[in-house]
Design a protein around this ligand. Structure first.
Ligand code: ZN
Length: 336
């Protein structure tokens, strides 16, 4: 028995020591998971192509293939208004059905600015189906699908994200997937989600727990090779939230007083796609969920004649933050 308890102490000490190395160690203390490659038709998913998934002749899902050298993938799962015939509403009490109004035009604005500044248009995946019928940002068990038609669309949406990641893996080897949403919370700030526990984010004084949580985050692929502490990556000067704040887009977590953690306010820490398509289990494609506020990012300045948002500045700021993020954490200057 003594031998066993000695062994347990040694193992415990080894685990403790391995957790002391900055940002190292995935959740399972195993080598990173190597995900299988996804097959796709390179003649279909070509630069600039819009690949459509139609239901009853209507555009239900869109994969707007970007520049093959772009390391950025954007998605908009909750701004759809298309209600396919014969599909019941999702009426499960846990099934959220609120629309993220103008999240899709915001995504397009981010893409336009990225293209203008870098010459590379990002990959975009859009769900045009109403959230009343389909919520693709859930695991299949929690999506509360009401028909096989929606199951097919659900599978296709995820296939598009997987193909976009494969294109980035094939051409660049590393990248960032940003899942774009809109929230209706009281505070006008962008909520940046990395799948981190709110309690850890709220320990803003010591960072004691947060600094050990790189391996439980959707940006583990960045953290494991970074010279920055994990709390720096989450709310230091180099954090994505801080880069947004520098563009006059208040964000939490960031280095700004009052926005270092969510405190007692509502905050979304990331959904299913951020969990599934980031680097929590390894790999070099990380993910961030952006829950944008109305005031700074999706303000209702839609011009029905122009079919455009001439006053909306949130997208430009998000794009500039993305470019800086790649310079800081991927060693890539996209503006060159
Ligand atoms: Zn949403």
């Amino acid at each position: 028995m003594k031998k066993i308890s000695f062994l347990i102490s040694v193992l415990g000490l080894m685990l403790f020591l391995s957790s002391c190395f900055k940002n190292k160690g995935s959740e399972f203390d195993e080598p990173d998971y190597v995900e299988p490659d996804i097959a796709y038709d390179k003649a279909v998913f070509t630069k600039g192509a819009t690949v459509l998934y139609k239901i009853d002749g209507e555009n239900a899902l869109e994969f707007r293939v970007g520049d093959l050298k772009s390391p950025v993938i954007l998605s908009s799962p909750h701004d759809g208004i298309f209600e396919p015939a014969g599909v019941d509403d999702r009426d499960h009490p846990d099934g959220e059905i609120v629309r993220d109004i103008y999240a899709t035009p915001l995504v397009v604005r981010v893409a336009d600015t990225l293209e203008k500044r870098t010459g590379m248009r990002p990959h975009i995946i859009i769900n045009q189906i109403s959230r009343k019928k389909l919520d693709p940002n859930r695991s299949r068990d929690e999506s509360y699908l009401t028909s096989y038609k929606m199951l097919d669309a659900y599978v296709q949406y995820h296939q598009y994200i997987k193909i976009a990641r494969q294109i980035v893996k094939d051409n660049i080897g590393k990248g960032l997937y940003i899942d774009m949403h809109g929230h209706g919370h009281d505070k006008d700030r962008i909520e940046v989600g990395y799948m981190l526990a709110i309690a850890d984010l709220n320990d803003t004084l010591t960072n004691k727990y947060l600094d050990l949580k790189a391996g439980k985050s959707s940006i583990y692929g960045i953290a494991k090779t970074s010279d920055y502490t994990f709390s720096d990556l989450v709310r230091g000067d180099v954090a994505f939230g801080t880069l947004l704040a520098n563009e006059l887009l208040p964000a939490v977590p960031s280095n700004r007083v009052g926005n270092k953690g969510p405190a007692a306010d509502n905050y979304f820490n990331g959904g299913y796609c951020t969990l599934a398509y980031g680097s929590i289990a390894g790999g070099n494609i990380s993910a961030i969920q952006l829950e944008t506020d109305w005031k700074h990012a999706r303000k209702d300045t839609y011009d029905a004649d122009l079919k455009a948002f001439p006053q909306q500045f949130g997208g430009g700021g998000i794009a500039r933050a993305i470019i800086k993020y790649f310079r800081l954490h991927f060693g890539m200057d996209m503006e060159k």
